[in-house]
Structures are given as C-alpha cells and as structure tokens.
Design a protein around this ligand. Structure first.
Ligand code: OSB
Ligand code: MG
Length: 361
C-alpha cells in the first residue's frame, strides 16, 4: 500500500533566505508498505511555491491524479521514469516517487542505498547553510560551525545584505572556505553589486539570478572571477546540459528531490564530469528520510565538493526518524542497513501529522 502524510515540525531556528522565512518544515512523506519491509521517501516542496513552482498542494495533486497509476512496487526506478516522462515538469513530485522505488529496490536486494547507487566513499563531506539574521548573530553561528568541523560555510545573501556581511566574516575568521547563496535574489541590473563580491575569495556564488535566466548566468559568469553555482535553475537533466553548453555554470548543487530523483542525479553527475563541472549535494531542510537519500548520494565518488547535508540536530529538536546522522571530522556516514537505513518514530510522527491519506491499494 502506498500512502502519503503531511507533517509539520518546528525548526530550531527560523531559516531566512531571499525568498522568505521558514519557521517549520512542512513535508510530504511517502510510505510504501508491502509484504516485506517498509519504504519511505520525502518530497522537497514546501507550502508555497517560493523556491520553484511546485508546492505541497501541486505535489499531492500530481501524485494522486497522475503518478500513482504509473507506479508499481515491482518496477525499477528507470521504468517509472520512462512512464513519468509523459507528465511535463513536476520533477519534485516525480522525484519523491522515484526515490521511494530506489528504497524499495535497495531493500529487496538487501543493500544500503549508497552502495546500491554505485561507487560510494562510505561518507559524505559536510558544509553548513546558514540563514540570514543579523551580522553579529551570523558571526556567532559561523564560529560554532567552524568549531564543529564543518568543511564549508555558506551564507544567504540578498539585495542590501551582502558585501558588509562577507567583509565582517573575512575580518573575523580569515580565509575559511566560504560561499554565498542568493536564491535568485538579484537581476541582470545587479552585476555591479555582484562584482564587489569578487574580492572575497568565495568558493562560489549560488543562484544569483532567476531560475529561468540560464543565459543571464552565462553573461554574469564572463564578468566575475567568482565561480557560478546553479541550484534552482537545474530542474532536470536537460536544464543541466543546457547550462553547461551555454557556459553558465562552474558548479552544480544537485538535490535529487528537485531534478526528478536519483537516476537523473547520477546522469547529471556523469555529464558534469565530462564537462569539468563540479558537483555537490544540497538540501531543503529535509527530515531524516530525505536526509538519508541526500547523504547516500553525497557519498558517491562523483561528488567532489562538501554539500548541505548537516546532522539532523542542526534543524530539529526532534526528528521523525529513530536514527539520526552525526558528523565526525566534517563527514557523515550513511547507514549500513538496507535501503535508506532509517525507521520512523511513529509516536512522534503521528503527533506532528497534519494530513494523511491513502493513495493506492
Ligand atoms: O537554496 O539551498 C537552498 C533550504 C531551503 C530551500 C533552498 C535552500 C535551502 C538551504 C538549506 O540552503 C540547505 C539545508 O541545510 O538543507
Ligand atoms: Mg541554494
């Protein structure tokens, strides 16, 4: 049986980006209960379409009315992807169903997901993504993150909150590995502001322009010394190939839940390698379910930069999974049990569930 739930869990700290402030993680989770083990997946959408055009409401609609008929627990992810190609876009909805199939298949084979996906290093290199607040508060958070051993610090920027922040960070912490994420907060008229960031030796600037404007990123890339990383613009394999062919991108932030799942992620990783583009695995404040998928993928040998896959306790006082991820020397290990290797704390899960329904017999 395939079912979904919507849960809402409070974030330890509000997470502010150029597109808004999140106080809770409102996640759609998928559960497949067959004869054997249960399998899980998590959709990366939120209540409102601020990051991309999909949201929790479109996802439930697309899965319920279009994707569930294409899903069978006996199929491999590739077969589902071939069928789901008939539906335009909606890669966040597709990605969650696809990842559920990876968990089902890995469990059927008795293999941990990170090994089932191909060559794994057995650990993921971890960076932190810090939401906007005040410069003083961010400096404190960064000090703690450096002490905890994070391998890269990423701060969010927007119009009116950028150069001053980065200057303060460099003054206090020197040349730590630092990047910035604008979440589409700038336009083609802002190249002058963005050029000012060149003097701070940033690892990269992530998604400065609107997601549709891939050529704008190519134009900006010619103006900047700082490498360009794309996040929201990479919605599919095709958009990744377009961005690379247009010279719009140095680095891609892959979120499997954003680009239709793990098969697409692996394909983008192969294409990136051919094109000399670097890869890291991002996050969307996922619970332990989505986090486990991200960490499994981030352990792959084709990933070559630290990602946004922090331990659960960066986000939540309590998570919906019994197992949590811990960071040691800036690395997190995926679980060795079959599939995603985590189980649900049903008592807590039920207490935070705001909506649920059966999708399919
Ligand atoms: O742009 O990477 C982003 C969170 C929600 C939506 C978009 C983004 C983010 C993050 C947080 O940066 C990454 C994480 O720690 O999960
Ligand atoms: Mg981003």
């Amino acid at each position: 049986m395939l079912s979904y739930s919507k849960i809402s869990i409070p974030l330890l700290k509000p997470f502010k980006t150029s597109f808004g402030t999140q106080l809770t993680r409102d996640a759609i989770t998928l559960l497949y209960q067959g004869k054997g083990e249960k399998a899980f997946a998590e959709v990366v959408t939120d209540e409102a379409p601020l990051y991309g055009y999909e949201d929790n409401f479109t996802v439930i609609h697309v899965i319920n009315n279009h994707l569930k008929g294409m899903f069978s627990p006996d199929m491999e992810p590739e077969e589902f992807n071939d069928k789901a190609k008939a539906i335009r876009g909606h890669n966040m909805a597709k990605g969650a169903v696809e990842m559920l199939l990876w968990d089902i298949n890995a469990k059927r084979e008795g293999k941990p997901l990170h090994k089932f996906l191909g060559k794994s290093r057995g650990k993921a290199e971890v960076g932190i993504s810090i939401g906007m607040s005040t410069i003083d508060d961010e400096l404190k958070t960064i000090g703690d993150a450096v002490k905890r051993g994070y391998r890269r610090i990423k701060v969010k920027i927007e119009r009116g909150y950028n150069v001053q922040l980065i200057k303060a960070i460099r003054e206090k912490y020197g040349d730590i590995p630092l990047s910035v994420d604008a979440n589409q907060g700038f336009t083609r008229n802002d190249f002058k502001i963005l050029k000012k960031l060149d003097e701070f030796n940033l690892k990269y600037i992530e998604q400065p322009l609107p997601l549709e404007d891939i050529n704008g990123h190519a134009l900006l890339r010619k103006e900047l010394k700082t490498p360009i990383c794309l996040d929201e613009s990479i919605e599919s394999v095709a958009s990744a190939v377009n961005a690379m062919e247009m010279g719009a991108v140095d680095i891609i932030n892959i979120k499997p839940g954003r680009i239709g799942g793990l098969q697409n992620s692996l394909e983008v990783m192969e294409r990136a390698k051919e094109n000399g583009v670097k890869i890291w695995i991002g996050g969307m404040l996922e619970t332990g379910i989505g986090r486990s998928f991200n960490i499994s993928l981030a352990s792959n040998v084709l990933v070559n930069l630290p990602g946004d896959t922090s331990p659960n306790d960066k986000y939540f006082r309590k998570d919906i999974t019994n197992e949590t991820f811990e960071m040691k020397d800036g690395f997190i290990e995926p679980y060795g049990r079959p599939g995603i290797g985590v189980s649900l704390d049903y008592e807590f899960f039920n207490s935070v569930q705001v909506e649920g329904g059966r999708l399919l017999d």
